[in-house]
Design a protein around this ligand. Structure first.
Ligand SMILES: NC(=O)c1ccc[n+]([C@@H]2O[C@H](COP(=O)([O-])OP(=O)(O)OC[C@H]3O[C@@H](n4cnc5c(N)ncnc54)[C@H](OP(=O)(O)O)[C@@H]3O)[C@@H](O)[C@H]2O)c1
Length: 244
């Protein structure tokens, strides 16, 4: 699809991957609608990209309404779902509140926004990007996060089949050097994969849209993990236990 002059909505635009995607899309000539909760950081990204800031909590119905309202008159041709939160720890030690938040922000919000904006995306022959995670394959001590990211990938797969007029790209990053780990309260302590920059993920997002890629894994060598997982899930689980 053509990015230039299209209306692109980017969630999670106030930080990390979403902010880097906004900068990349602005360079491609997109007109941006930037969604986040933190007004100060969001305004900084909006000033840098010429985008319109929409302060919204995607864990709430009012937040979803605010995003849909912001593009009610213009329509949307690109919708990048990057907002997300993490939680780490043994599954029986995760608190119920964070489980509910993860499901609301990482999974329910992208589904609901996609559902509400689909008529406009169909009309523009637009494109959807879901920032999932390599954790969609299943990562120990990140069970709920993994489930939300696998759910997102499954939703994307179904929409891709159901709506051929709209491009759908799922992005599966490994570790990315952003505020994500600080915010979840547990630092990244695995040896592999080594964290990549948010800009590298943003490049992959834009490439995925321009080339209409189904799935993009960053860094690319992690594709091997996805292949093993698909062909032999028990082997994947054994390897994952050994190497993490
Ligand atoms: N970092 C990694 O290693 C990694 C790896 C794979 C996948 N991912 C995924 O990549 C995406 C972006 O993460 P990141 O690394 O860029 O983390 P980040 O720097 O912490 O950014 C997270 C973004 O999500 C927004 N957000 C969180 N809760 C929200 C809510 N309730 N309503 C609206 N916005 C909300 C934040 O907005 P405010 O700051 O304004 O609250 C922020 O813009 C996430 O979906 C994450 O799961 C990250």
């Amino acid at each position: 699809m053509r990015i230039a002059d299209g209306i692109a909505v980017v969630t999670g635009a106030s930080s990390g991957i979403g902010a880097a995607v906004a900068v990349r899309l602005a360079a491609e000539g997109a007109r941006l609608v930037l969604v986040g909760r933190d007004p100060e950081r969001l305004t900084t990204v909006a000033a840098r990209t010429g985008g319109k800031a929409v302060v919204a909590d995607l864990g709430t119905g009012a937040g979803i309404d605010a995003v849909c309202g912001a593009v009610a008159d213009t329509g949307v041709s690109l919708l990048v779902h990057s907002a997300g939160v993490g939680a780490a720890g043994p599954v029986d030690e995760l608190d119920g509140g964070s489980t509910t938040e993860l499901i609301a922000v990482n999974l329910a919000a992208p589904i609901e926004l996609t559902r509400r904006l689909m008529p406009s995306l169909r009309q523009t022959g637009g494109h959807l990007v879901f920032v999932s995670s390599i954790a969609a394959l299943g990562v120990a001590d990140e069970a709920v996060y993994s489930a939300t990211k696998a759910g997102l990938r499954g939703f994307a797969d179904a929409v891709r089949i159901e709506v051929p007029a709209v491009g759908v790209t799922t992005v599966l990053p490994g570790a990315v050097d952003t505020d994500y780990f600080r915010r979840r309260g547990v630092p990244y302590d695995r040896r592999y994969p080594r964290p990549v920059t948010a800009e590298r993920v943003a490049d992959a997002v834009v490439h995925g849209v321009l080339k209409n890629r189904t799935e993009v894994v960053v860094p690319r060598w992690l594709t091997l993990g996805a292949r093993v997982h698909g062909a032999a899930p028990a082997v994947f689980a054994r390897l994952s236990r050994t190497f993490s």
